[in-house]
Unconditional design. Structure first.
Length: 187
C-alpha cells in the first residue's frame, strides 16, 4: 500500500515574493518587531513565556492556517497552509503568537489557536518502509511516499519512531521523518 500527497503550490511562490517585497520596503519601528531567540534557532532548549520548551514540535489544528510575517493580524499573510496535522516546530513565542518553522525551513508567525500539542510526523525523502518492529529485518507493514502525514506515537533511543498512518501502526527510522529531534526519546 502506498500513500500519495501533493506538496508544491504556486501560492507559496507568490506568498514568498510578496513577503520579500514587504520586507524590503517595510519601515516598521524596531519596537514593533519581535525579538527572535538565538538559542531557539541554534537548537538549544530553553523555556518560552508559555512555560513550554523552545524549540518544540506541534501540529496544525486546522486544514487552513495563515502564516504571517510578524506576530499579529496587522502583519501580512506570507503563506497559507492547507494541511491539517502538519508537523511544525515552534521556535519563538510572543503573546498569543508562535513563530514556527516548517519542514522546508520556512519561518513565520501563526496564532496559538491554530496549533495543538499532539505530535505528528511527515515522511521525508523517498518512499519509506514502515516495519512491524523497530529493525530493518522485521516484517514490512506498508510503504509511504514523501509528504504523507501520520501520528507520532513514540521514539526510542535507537532512532526508531512508532507511527500511525490511516490506522496502520508500525516503526519508521527517525531519519525518514520530520517531527522529532535527533536523539529525542518519548512515549
Amino acid at each position: 500500500m502506498t500513500f500519495r500527497l501533493q506538496i508544491a503550490s504556486p501560492r507559496r511562490i507568490i506568498g514568498l515574493f510578496l513577503l520579500g517585497i514587504f520586507l524590503s520596503t517595510s519601515s516598521l519601528a524596531l519596537s514593533d518587531s519581535p525579538i527572535v531567540n538565538a538559542s531557539a534557532v541554534s537548537g538549544d532548549k530553553k523555556v518560552g513565556p508559555s512555560g513550554l520548551p523552545l524549540p518544540r514540535f506541534v501540529s496544525f489544528r486546522s486544514g487552513e492556517v495563515n502564516m504571517r510575517a510578524g506576530p499579529g493580524t496587522r502583519y501580512p499573510i506570507s503563506w497559507i497552509y492547507h494541511r491539517r496535522r502538519l508537523p511544525v516546530e515552534i521556535i519563538d513565542e510572543f503573546d498569543t503568537w508562535r513563530q514556527i518553522r516548517d519542514w522546508q525551513g520556512t519561518e513565520g508567525w501563526v496564532h496559538q489557536s491554530m496549533l495543538k500539542g499532539q505530535r505528528s510526523m511527515m515522511v521525508t525523502g523517498a518512499v519509506r518502509t514502515i516495519y512491524d518492529d523497530p529493525e530493518v529485518t522485521s516484517r514490512p507493514v506498508v510503504q509511504a511516499e514523501a509528504g504523507v502525514i501520520g501520528e507520532l506515537d513514540s521514539c526510542n533511543s535507537n532512532d526508531w519512531c512508532q507511527v500511525e498512518i490511516k490506522d496502520i501502526t508500525g516503526w519508521l527510522q527517525r531519519s525518514a521523518l520530520y517531527g522529532s529531534y535527533k536523539g529525542e526519546i518519548f512515549d
